[in-house]
Design a protein around this ligand. Structure first.
Ligand code: AR6
Length: 184
């Protein structure tokens, strides 16, 4: 696990399963319909209780790409789930994809701040079923988080919980590339 101070907050990069995180909110890599899907979304629905989470999501849909919605966490350790919709990666429009991906992270952290939440865990949004290359997504994700943590916010911890060592390596390299210096 790597920990980077940013203003009065911290950014952590770790590998593991986001479903198990004991934080105020875990972020779901959602779809615009806020329906149960595969990947991290399927795992979150199963662990929270699919029927409860689906019932909470229904009135909040649709959630346009780049936006986020908050629900309770039900049976999860986390009290809340922030459902963020990243883009399906477009090879023809990587800049547009990056704008929407940054917006998904920004919207998630704005929602966390609106609700006074302190500790938020993210997966690597869009880099599974939505096909965003992780090496391209990592610097976009980290820059959006760094900018949000540098502003006025209740959020004191953002933890990326990455699925596998390859994703962790991509995010660690992106953090280095941005000049973030790990603690200790
Ligand atoms: N904990 C942390 N990360 C995980 C976990 C987990 N338990 N499981 C998978 N990942 P994806 P997307 C990683 O496909 O690309 C769904 O059907 C995974 O390795 O979950 O944003 C939704 O409903 C990858 O790096 O999300 C949408 O329709 C990352 O999480 C669509 O898929 C994101 O992969 C969203 O696709």
């Amino acid at each position: 696990m790597q920990r980077y101070p940013i203003g009065r907050a911290a950014l952590e990069l770790t590998s593991g399963d986001i479903v198990e995180q004991d934080v105020d909110a875990i972020v779901n890599a959602a779809n615009e319909g806020l329906a149960a899907g595969g990947g991290v979304c399927g795992a979150i629905f199963r662990a929270a209780g699919s029927a409860d989470l689906a019932r909470a999501c229904r009135p909040l849909a649709p959630c346009p790409t780049g936006e986020a919605r908050l629900t309770p966490g039900f049976r999860l350790r986390a009290r809340h789930v922030i459902h963020a919709v990243g883009p399906v990666y477009s090879r023809r429009d990587p800049e547009g994809s990056a704008r929407l991906l940054a917006s998904a992270y920004r919207s998630s952290l704005a929602l966390a701040a609106q609700h006074g939440l302190a500790r938020v865990a993210f997966p690597s949004i869009s880099t599974g079923i939505f096909g965003y290359p992780v090496a391209e997504a990592a610097p976009v994700a980290l820059a959006a988080v760094r900018d949000a943590l540098a502003g006025e916010t209740s959020v004191t911890l953002v933890r990326f919980v990455l699925w596998g060592e390859q994703a962790l390596a991509a995010y660690t390299q992106a953090a280095q590339g941005m000049g973030l210096v790990p603690e200790g």
